[in-house]
Design a protein around this ligand. Structure first.
Ligand code: ZN
Ligand code: ZN
Length: 332
């Protein structure tokens, strides 16, 4: 290969000239084969990143689409009166796909050069051990959660809400596919929280492999899709790890418009007091559960509470939208 790319990046077989293949596990061998097969590390990384995102995103959504179609699971639906229709899910899928190809694909393509500039290992094998990866991934989770907490609140500020974040709030009862249903600017702003952690870590420590970033992105996608699923099962993670947010936390944000701005953990909202309304709501539901109501009575009261929270949310949303830069609020 005599192209300019070849002078910047060595050809794939040269990359592995000093690699002892007998020491590699199955996954590492597949990794090597992929880079050898594609032949150009920039294209190989770009394509793998894009495919990973598509496969994990839609793959994780499939179980939730099935669960939505089975009435048995309704008893664990957080807003049981709102089941997304097939039409709604299809419309959402089209929008998400459009944004994946038009916004994320070009950005993902830039990721390999960016990763290399920050000193990240990409084509290299073997992968770091899981003991090495674990604290790095924990750091990415904490960094992203804090970044998202502040950026998400900024998106609830009048002008940013009206022009950007309103799209994501289209669904007051979200479902898995709606996790990435958002304005392109929001995808970029909030996506920064996911990517900046690894880049910063890499910049200061110079010992990060893109494989670890893939594990992190997979877990982050699971987190985002599950948080939008609309279901709280007895076996959901938040019942095992009490500071994990889960669907129960984020569903309230979509239903009531206020409170619960973070992604993975509950501590930021607790610390800054942005979960007060949510706490009150949960306390009322728990009290209701202790009243020995019949199933019908409970459902009736729950629906009433959901409707109230939603009405209050609509008022809060109208207030945010009425904000004008001149400082005066337009009266509705
Ligand atoms: Zn929001
Ligand atoms: Zn959301």
């Amino acid at each position: 290969m005599n192209s300019t790319a070849a002078s910047v990046h060595p050809s794939a077989d040269m990359l592995y000239a000093n690699t002892d293949f007998t020491q590699l596990n199955w996954l590492e061998m597949q990794w090597v084969n992929w880079y050898l097969w594609i032949g150009n590390p920039v294209i190989a990384t770009g394509l793998m990143s894009f495919l990973l995102h598509e496969i994990v995103y839609f793959g994780r959504c499939v179980p939730w689409i099935i669960i939505d179609s089975i009435p048995y699971f309704r008893k664990w639906k957080l807003q049981p009166n709102k089941i997304p229709t097939a039409q709604e899910q299809w419309e959402c899928t089209k929008q998400v796909l459009f944004s994946h190809f038009m916004v994320e694909l070009p950005v993902i393509w830039l990721f390999h050069p960016l990763a290399e500039a920050f000193g990240m290992a990409t084509w290299q094998v073997p992968f770091p051990s899981w003991r090495h990866q674990l604290p790095q991934i924990a750091f990415f989770f904490v960094f992203e959660d804090m970044f998202h907490f502040f950026a998400h609140q900024a998106l609830h500020w009048g002008p940013l809400y009206k022009h950007i974040h309103k799209i994501h709030h289209k669904y007051s009862a979200p479902f898995g596919l709606a996790a990435e249903y958002a304005h392109p600017a929001e995808v970029m702003i909030l996506g920064t929280g996911t990517i900046a952690g690894p880049l910063l870590y890499c910049w200061f420590r110079r010992d990060l492999h893109i494989f670890t970033v893939y594990v992190w992105i997979t877990l982050r996608l699971f987190q985002a899709i599950d948080a939008h699923s609309g279901y709280d099962f007895p076996w959901s993670l938040q019942h095992i790890v009490p500071f994990w947010s889960g669907a129960e936390h984020h569903d309230f944000h979509h239903m009531a418009f206020v409170n619960n701005f973070s992604t993975s953990f509950r501590w930021c909202d607790r610390l800054f007091g942005t979960d007060k309304k949510y706490q009150e709501y949960r306390a009322r539901i728990d009290k209701m559960k202790k009243l020995n109501l019949s199933k019908e009575e409970f459902e009736k009261m729950e629906r009433k509470m959901i409707a109230e929270a939603e009405q209050e949310g609509l008022r809060a949303e109208a207030e945010v939208e009425a904000y004008s830069l001149t400082g005066k609020k337009k009266t509705a």
